[in-house]
Design a binder for this molecule. Sequence first.
Ligand SMILES: Nc1ncnc2c1ncn2[C@@H]1O[C@H](COP(=O)(O)OP(=O)(O)OP(=O)(O)O)[C@@H](O)[C@H]1O
Length: 278
Amino acid sequence: MSTLLSVRNLTMRFGGLTAIDDLSLEVPAGKITGIIGPNGAGKTTLFNCLTGFYKPTTGTLRLAHPKRGEMRLESLPSHRVARDAQVVRTFQNIRLFPKMTVLENLIVAQHNVLQRASKFSIAGLFSLPGYRQAEREAVARAATWLERLQLTRFADHAAGDLPYGTQRRIEIARALCVDPVLLCLDEPAAGLNPRESAELNELLLYLCREQGVAILLIEHDMSVVMNVSDHICVINYGRKIAEGAPEAVKNDPAVIKAYLGEDEEEGVMEDYTEERAS
Ligand SMILES: Nc1ncnc2c1ncn2[C@@H]1O[C@H](COP(=O)(O)OP(=O)(O)OP(=O)(O)O)[C@@H](O)[C@H]1O
């Protein structure tokens, strides 16, 4: 499988604090790559560097865009990372527009396409045919993803009135509306109950296996990350301490030590995984 994203020697400093420390990793196309690590390890900072929220102190982020060729994410502003590189993220905290309907949330996400079609207001203002066509396509794209994610029945509900697990699913549907080349999910299982976590597993596997979406997944819930990831990269204090298949990573002494401290026995990570899964 070809490399989609290549992170090389990434460092991000905030004053005297080094949140990411010379990190290198490869993200393959069409696979799920898990990023795990204890609190404060630098996981979200990595996403912030990838998506243009932070400009890395040093290092390169090369995206092999299937249509545009190589793109250097570290030099793009955040709106261009989403619009041109099609690297899209969700956040730890749900950021839907709670009073808008689910369908409206998914249409707003396509504002780049609609704005272009509106010729920056004039065509939109007069509802010219090109703009109406773009609007129809935006609604159709939203309806497709709502159906694929089994959310159609909620299309006209206010997003903020829906259960937490459903809102998380809507956030993912919204991100999918911009046809991501790489979908970055920041703790999508946070706040979900075990049934919702199991449904999330199915959804992530469906997106990857059936829709070919490459996913970069930050997750603390081991019942999700260990079950769906093809490859896991473990970071601690901004440095990569292990990587590999889930089975290898969860038995890695450096990972067990990072999560549970010096004195724990091997295999506790496995117990932890099973405990979270049950
Ligand atoms: N804008 C910022 N200014 C200063 N320090 C920051 C900033 N953003 C992150 N940090 C620090 O960088 C380190 C890594 O934080 P980050 O949020 O990336 O960790 P994380 O692995 O995502 O943690 P968690 O699992 O708790 O979400 C932390 O020490 C954090 O306080």
